[in-house]
Design a protein around this ligand. Sequence first.
Ligand SMILES: C[S@@+](CC[C@H](N)C(=O)[O-])C[C@H]1O[C@@H](n2cnc3c(N)ncnc32)[C@H](O)[C@@H]1O
Length: 326
Amino acid sequence: MWLAIRFILAQQVPPLALSRYAIPAPIFGPGRKNQLIFILSRLGIKHRMLIQAHWRKSMAQDLIRRATRALRRQGAFLSGVMLTQSEEKRAAEAAQFWSESENNETIKDKSHWRGFGRYADDDVWLKIGHTRLHELESLLALAGRGPAQSMIEWGPGGGSNAVALAPTMQKFYGVDISQANLDECGRQLRSVGFTNYDPVLVDPANIDLVKDACLAGIEPVDFFLSVAVFQHFPSKAFGLEILSLANRLMKPDGVALIQIRYDDGSIRMRAKNSNYRENAMFFTSYKIDEFWIAAEERGFRPLALKLMPEVCYAYYFLAKAGSQAT
Ligand SMILES: C[S@@+](CC[C@H](N)C(=O)[O-])C[C@H]1O[C@@H](n2cnc3c(N)ncnc32)[C@H](O)[C@@H]1O
């Protein structure tokens, strides 16, 4: 009898339940529903209820499994159509998010403000700018050119790069979507005695206005920098527009250092299109070769690439195409 029940339950009862009731490993036999009805009719009420409970549980689990599979199959559709926010809404959310650094300590930390969160340790904060300084030296050497006199930092945040780089320049432009971050960058620059700082506030919801504001307010520079920013852009398309704009804002022999978060195929790293606030740290990404090709197509000559696989960071060392290199 128990052997027959074991055959019948073989495909219905999950292994955990089988072991709980000390029924050995399942083997399947045909016609299990009729057999079950036959066997149930000969069992006492206690055993009947036990088997029916098994059956119901397995049916429910099967239903959940099927529903989950169906939802997974529909996932691309849901995220691509129903859950997608408009580009404008995402950009507005991004602007709101980063402007909260004015009075939100978590956003100050995310914007790399000196003395907050991870940057309570001043060495950690200063190390950001020192690293950039070394990278700029490598970039200038790779491009075979002399020192840079002017630069733009796209997304300067709390000014950690600015305090290390600006004092080596005559002019420093900061372009950001957060007035609070531009102000904090200005405060940090003043604290190191640098005054030739031009902050440019842009609204990411209107790319044409972003371009107009930059082309009107910024003289072409020797060096364009953007680190820990492209991953926060509201879309991949927005990032490619900024890449084109960066090229236009550089002198003919200008150089650029741009870091992106690269898409390694994982769900976490792939580009998003909704819930900016939740996904802000991992919002936009590109495949490594995709961004390299995009840079070439927008008038850059890639000189080197540095990868940090533990955080999926890719740093592109770029020269304006047509400029000399050793
Ligand atoms: C993580 S902080 C990086 C600060 C600095 N680059 C660094 O490496 O320490 C990100 C900065 O990018 C700015 N940001 C976010 N989205 C931006 C956008 N679409 N355009 C310009 N800046 C943006 C934020 O306001 C913030 O200042």
